[in-house]
Design a protein around this ligand. Structure first.
Ligand SMILES: [Zn+2]
Ligand SMILES: [Zn+2]
Length: 347
C-alpha cells in the first residue's frame, strides 16, 4: 500500500504526506505548524505517526513551518547539505552592517517618516496598503531571494492555545528558541537512493532558483509515487526520473498569457518564465504529450499560481495533452489546492 495526501500546493505553501503501510514522511512544511496539523487531521493523517520531514528546497512556501513542526514532533529533517546551509543562512538575521550602510539606512528611514507625515497617511492607511500588496511582494521577494523574505519565517503562534504548536515552556515564550535548531538533520544527495523505513527514496535534481532543489520518487511494495514541482523546464534527468510512476504530483504553475498580462513586476515575470522558474501549463502539457510514459493511475497537477492561472485552464491543457495520446486515456487528473487538502490517494 502507498498513499499520497497533498495537504497544500501553491505559491503560498506546499506540503504532502507520503505513506507506506508502516512508514510516513512529510515532503516540505510550507504552512505554519498549526495549519499543517489542522490539515493533517482534516485529511485523516496522524501527525504522531510521521517518521521524518523531507525538504525539496529552501523557499518560504516549502519551509514556513519546518522547524516548529520538526521540534514538536521530534522527528528528523532530511535535506541536501547545500539546502540545509541555505536554510540556516535564511533564518539567521544579518547582524553586521558597514557604517556607511547604516548611515544610509537611517537616512532612508527618516525620509520615509517625513514622507508619511507630508502625505498625512495614518498608520492604518499604510497597514491596509501593505496588506493588499503583501501577496505579490511575498512572491516577488521569494523569487528574487531578497533578504527581506528571510526575516519572518516562523508564522505567529497564539501563545494562549495549548496544542502541539504552542511554546515549549514559559521560559521559551520570553526567549525565542533558535529557529535553526532541529531534533536531527540527515543529508541526502540528489541521484543517490536512500531509505526511510520501508520507503525507498530517490531524489533528483530540478532546475529552480534555489541552492540545491530536488524532486523525489518514493517506492514501496512495487508502487511508485513522485513529487515534481518548482522547475523551470523539464530536463532529461527529470523526464527519466518520472518513468513508471503510479501517482505523479506535477507542477502546472501558470498560464503564459495570464502571467504576461498579470500583476507581477516585469522582473518577477522574467524569473517565473526562466529556466529556473516554474512550469507553465504549456510546458506541462508538452511533457505529458511527448515524454510521459502514460503509466500513472493518477496525475495530480499542483503549485498552481493563484494570480496567473485558473484551474479550468490547467485541466483543459492537461486533458488535451493526454487526449492527443491514444495510450494515455486511462490517466486520471486531479488538481491540488492551496486552501484545502486533497483526499488521500491510495494504491
Ligand atoms: Zn514553491
Ligand atoms: Zn521554489
Amino acid at each position: 500500500m502507498m498513499r499520497m495526501t497533498v495537504l497544500a500546493s501553491g505559491s503560498k505553501g506546499n506540503s504532502t504526506v507520503i505513506s507506506s503501510s508502516r512508514t510516513r514522511v512529510l515532503v516540505d512544511a510550507g504552512l505554519s505548524c498549526r495549519e499543517l496539523l489542522k490539515r493533517m487531521s482534516i485529511a485523516g493523517e496522524d501527525p504522531s505517526q510521521l517518521d521524518a520531514i523531507l525538504v525539496t528546497h529552501e523557499h518560504q512556501d516549502h519551509i514556513a513551518g519546518l522547524s516548529v513542526l520538526a521540534r514538536r514532533l521530534n522527528i528528523p529533517v532530511f535535506f541536501t547539505e547545500p539546502t540545509h546551509r541555505a536554510w540556516v543562512r535564511m533564518l539567521t538575521p544579518r547582524t553586521t552592517m558597514t557604517y556607511a550602510k547604516w548611515l544610509d539606512h537611517v537616512q532612508r528611514e527618516k525620509e520615509a517618516r517625513a514622507a508619511a507625515v507630508a502625505t498625512g497617511a495614518s498608520d492604518n492607511d499604510l497597514a491596509v496598503e501593505s496588506e493588499t500588496i503583501d501577496g505579490i511582494a511575498a512572491e516577488a521577494a521569494r523569487l528574487n531571494r531578497s533578504d527581506d523574505a528571510n526575516t519572518t519565517l516562523e508564522l505567529p503562534i497564539d501563545p494562549d492555545e495549548e496544542d502541539l504548536c504552542a511554546p515549549e515552556s514559559p521560559s521559551a515564550v520570553a526567549q525565542k528558541p533558535d529557529p535553526t535548531r532541529l531534533p536531527a538533520v540527515e543529508y541526502f544527495h540528489s541521484g543517490t537512493q536512500f531509505s526511510i523505513g520501508d520507503i525507498d527514496i530517490t531524489p533528483f535534481t530540478i532546475p529552480h532558483d534555489a541552492a540545491d532543489p530536488c524532486g523525489f520518487v518514493f517506492e514501496s511494495e512495487g508502487i511508485r509515487m513522485a513529487v515534481a514541482t518548482d522547475l523551470g523546464y523539464m530536463p532529461p534527468n527529470v523526464k527519466a526520473a518520472l518513468r513508471r510512476i503510479d501517482v505523479l504530483l506535477l507542477e502546472s504553475n501558470h498560464d503564459l498569457e495570464m502571467l504576461r498580462d498579470g500583476p507581477y513586476p516585469w522582473s518577477v515575470k522574467q524569473r517565473v518564465l526562466s529556466r529556473v522558474g516554474h512550469l507553465s501549463n504549456n510546458a506541462t502539457a508538452e511533457f505529458l504529450q511527448k515524454d510521459y510514459d502514460g503509466g500513472a493511475t493518477w496525475i495530480v497537477l499542483g503549485h498552481l499560481s493563484e494570480s496567473n492561472n485558473a484551474p479550468e485552464l490547467v485541466r483543459l491543457s492537461a486533458e488535451q495533452a493526454l487526449g492527443n495520446h491514444p495510450t494515455l486515456l486511462g490517466n486520471r487528473i486531479l488538481l491540488a489546492h492551496q486552501a484545502t487538502p486533497l483526499d488521500p490517494i491510495t494504491l
